[in-house]
Design a protein around this ligand. Structure first.
Ligand code: PEP
Length: 235
């Protein structure tokens, strides 16, 4: 299974190093065989050799250049980073990334062989409009994306569940994941208010291949407990 922590705009470089060390120690001490990904803030990136993989929350699809506020491939290479999060709802809805710009980014990092965690998810009004509308909406987020890319991981994260404490029911997650699995065989993670208290149940669902965790992953101890649940299930 794949257990991923999106640290967003949290944890300084020093705090991130401590966090990564703590998680790495846990993985080694417990012989964890699950894939563990950590996405720190840009200024907290560091080279890392170990069981866990460090990924970038974002990067511009360019080697380098005049893109104020962005980082490019050259900056990722400096830290040996080959994993990237693309299409996260905060980048779509707060930072205004369009499907077109997301597709360009996807293609650029795909052509370099990056492991891409590609996020999709609907806002509440779409969820309320029913299943057909929901699936239609998610299809628009698949537009231009190579769903057969061998290094692709998909994260289904309902926008209304991110950071809110709300989640779809376990049955709703399972039903939707089963439908999404028909569109792509890529590992499919669930994200949106996963915590120590619900992670075990979510991970146990059919067609859930892992979780992408934000707020609850900020505590290394909590993140490690979730990794432990995945290890025990070992699906
Ligand atoms: C996320 O932002 O990817 C996420 C899942 O956040 P949270 O766990 O805080 O809902």
């Amino acid at each position: 299974m794949i257990i991923a922590a999106n640290l967003k705009t949290n944890l300084t470089r020093k705090q991130t190093s401590k966090y990564v060390d703590e998680v790495e120690r846990f993985l080694n001490a417990n012989n964890i065989s699950q894939e563990v990904l950590v996405f720190p803030a840009m200024s907290s990136l560091n080279p890392h050799a170990g069981k866990l993989t460090i990924g970038a929350q974002n990067a511009y699809p360019v080697l380098n250049g005049a893109y104020t506020g962005e980082i490019g491939l050259e900056h990722l290479e400096e830290f040996g980073i080959k994993t990237i999060l693309i299409g996260h709802s905060e980048r779509r809805h707060i930072l205004g990334e369009t499907q077109e710009s997301i597709t360009k980014k996807f293609d650029f990092y795909k052509n370099l062989g990056f492991r891409i965690v590609y996020c999709i998810g609907e806002p509440l009004e779409i969820r309320k409009a029913g299943e057909d509308e929901l699936l239609k909406y998610l299809d628009t987020q698949y537009a231009g994306i190579d769903l057969n890319y061998e290094n692709l991981v998909i994260a289904y994260e309902p926008v209304w569940a991110i950071g809110t404490g709300l989640t779809p029911t376990l049955n709703d997650i399972e039903v939707l994941h089963t439908k999404l699995k028909k569109k792509s065989k890529a590992p499919l993670l669930y994200g949106g208010s996963v915590k120590v208290t619900n992670a075990k149940d979510v991970l146990a669902l059919k067609n859930v291949d892992g979780i992408l965790v934000g707020s609850a992953a900020l505590y290394a101890e909590h993140f490690c407990s979730m990794i432990n649940y995945a290890q025990a299930l070992n699906k």
